[in-house]
Design a protein around this ligand. Structure first.
Ligand code: GLN
Length: 312
């Protein structure tokens, strides 16, 4: 078995980098261009708090869809599991993350799960706070606490880009307004969704978020539980079945631990009881997952025996 070390991670980065040629950089995001194709970073923090990094591990990118798991944790805290899953389903879609047809085809006409855009917008309407400044403040506070990083901030340019490129998300949200799925004003739910997508993090932050999930809701460096374990169980199960969009089945087989990706090329991995993994590799495949980052996650799983379903 390979030993976890910075040298080992350097080697994994070199082996995974070539996969970036198969992807495309999401140039809708500010400052995202072809020069980012070769960037690849990884950070791992173990439950013993040992920290390993390699590659471009301090390069910051917007959270994009990795924010969906943080929003889900808050909504579960605020309204409980029963209420949250009245608004969104628990099933994988098999469709793209921003699919319009998937939204209408669910039996109860609700988003299939909290990891697709429609589901996350519905989840955003279930975050308490009275107004969006307070709701976002609570989100950011929770994120800073669970990553133990008080410097995390939203990037104004990314937020403006989300608004400017948000036609598809608006159509999903307005459809949900028509079915009564949103309990706040539709523009407020959308605005909160745009803001949470725009918070900047690096591999170390993504790894700390993964460790938080892997360690039963205790922030790195702390010993207080910030969220009850039964909510974490729900979040990790949803990550496993839907976190990598319509590649989630493949990741369940090849990685075998809960992961969540974003179109910035970010991935949060949570290996229960063992470690949090943060990856950034901006070239993404057609489904929205980092090509080099995905290869890296699968290689780590194989080498370090991280697959929860492994038989040997
Ligand atoms: N901002 C993107 C969107 O709303 C996030 C999607 C993603 O990361 N898959 O479409």
């Amino acid at each position: 078995m390979n030993q976890l070390s910075n040298e080992y991670l350097n080697k994994v980065i070199e082996d995974s980098k070539p996969y970036a040629v198969n992807g495309r950089v999401n140039t809708e995001l500010p400052n995202f261009d072809e020069t980012l194709r070769d960037k690849l970073g990884v950070s791992i923090i173990t439950s013993e708090q040992n920290h390993y990094t390699a590659g471009d591990s301090s390069h910051k990118v917007p959270m994009q869809s990795t924010s969906k798991i943080i929003a889900l944790m808050l909504a579960l805290q605020d309204f409980g599991k029963e209420r949250v899953f009245q608004a969104v389903g628990m099933e994988p879609t098999g469709e793209m993350f921003n699919s319009i047809s998937a939204l209408e085809s669910h039996d109860d006409i609700k988003p299939f799960n909290p990891m697709v855009n429609a589901g996350a917008i519905a989840v955003c309407s279930l975050i308490k706070g009275g107004n969006n400044d307070n709701r976002f403040e609570r989100y950011l506070h929770f994120l800073r606490d669970l990553t133990n990083n008080p410097t995390l901030e939203m990037d104004e340019k990314v937020y403006q880009a989300e608004i400017a490129n948000g036609a598809r998300n608006r159509s999903l949200a307005y459809f949900m307004q028509s079915t009564g799925a949103l309990i706040t004003d539709v523009e407020e739910a959308l605005d909160l969704y745009f803001r949470i997508n725009a918070v900047m993090m690096c591999c170390d932050d993504f790894a700390r978020a993964g460790l938080f999930l892997a360690r039963g809701g205790i922030a790195p460096g702390g010993d207080e539980k910030l969220i009850p374990p039964h909510h974490l169980r729900t979040v990790k199960a949803i990550m496993m079945t839907s976190g990598m969009y319509n590649s989630s089945g493949q990741y369940a087989v090849e990685a075998g631990f809960p992961c969540k990706s974003g179109v910035s090329g970010s991935i949060i991995g949570a290996v229960p009881g063992r470690m949090g993994i943060g990856v950034v590799g901006p070239a993404i495949d057609k489904k929205g997952n980092s090509t080099a980052g995905g290869a890296l996650i699968k290689k780590l799983s194989k080498d370090l025996k991280l697959n929860m379903f492994r038989t040997e």
